[in-house]
Unconditional design. Structure first.
Length: 238
């Protein structure tokens, strides 16, 4: 079973794998992914679990760590966790490009626009532990600018998913580039990963930095200006 989110067509569509493959020419999976839309393939023919099934699974996890899901403090925990997950992973149902294009405006500005230190919270897809960090995004307009509040909303689309930081950086850059068609876009993320701090090597306060550049920001003075604006060491450009 394939589920295409409501945010793309205005209604949920369900079809068999055969039907999808037969009619795949009407869709562009790569384009959908850039826009923040994930096609969910349920090849086993099963539908999304019910709320009750989710909560029963949580009770199993509680019992696995030798706790009692029926004691007072844990009675409502499965329900609370389910509601938290619905918020934490709401990015799967949102269209990043649509959000950006809802607030585009004509402008003669042709200099770098930088929004920095945008806080985000995401989840490591390997251990389902928190990723906590900040995103810095800059772009060079090409006749159009985007409403500033839409940039944090763009980041939320990809942060509220099971993620790896490297891919999230690329997704933000690609979605912005597709939606706005700027002369260039630069994205940098600095984040802490609880999968490195709470378990494993347990290296507290280590920070991971990732970047993605499109258009004029690739090997140009604009990338140097972007990095200087963030007080980041500038590499030597040839």
């Amino acid at each position: 079973m394939i589920i295409i989110p409501k945010s793309y067509f205005g209604c949920n569509l369900r079809c068999s794998l055969f039907e999808f493959c037969t009619n795949f020419s009407i869709l562009n999976k790569r384009s959908l992914a850039k826009r923040g839309i994930i096609l969910q393939f349920n090849l086993g023919g099963t539908m999304k679990p019910t709320k009750e099934e989710f909560e029963e699974a949580l009770k199993t996890m509680i019992r696995y760590v030798e706790e009692d899901p029926n004691r007072e403090g844990l009675l409502k925990t499965p329900s609370r966790v389910r509601k938290a997950y619905e918020k934490m992973y709401e990015g799967y149902s949102k269209d990043a490009v649509k959000i950006l294009r809802s607030a585009m405006f004509e402008s003669t500005n042709s200099q770098m626009v930088l929004v920095r230190d945008i806080e985000f919270y995401s989840t490591c897809e390997h251990h389902l532990l928190p990723i906590i960090g900040r995103v810095h995004l800059a772009y060079i307009p090409d006749t159009k600018v985007v409403g500033l509040s839409k940039i944090p909303r763009l980041i939320e689309v990809f942060a509220r998913r099971m993620q790896i930081q490297e891919q999230m950086t690329e997704q933000i850059a690609d979605a912005f580039n597709e939606a706005i068609s700027p002369k260039g876009v630069a994205v940098m993320i600095h984040a802490r990963h609880m999968c490195m701090e709470m378990r494993g090597v347990e290296k507290v306060h280590s920070t991971t930095a990732t970047s993605a550049y499109r258009g004029v920001f690739i090997k140009s003075k604009m990338q140097e200006e972007f990095m200087r604006s963030l007080n980041v060491s500038v590499p030597a450009f040839k």
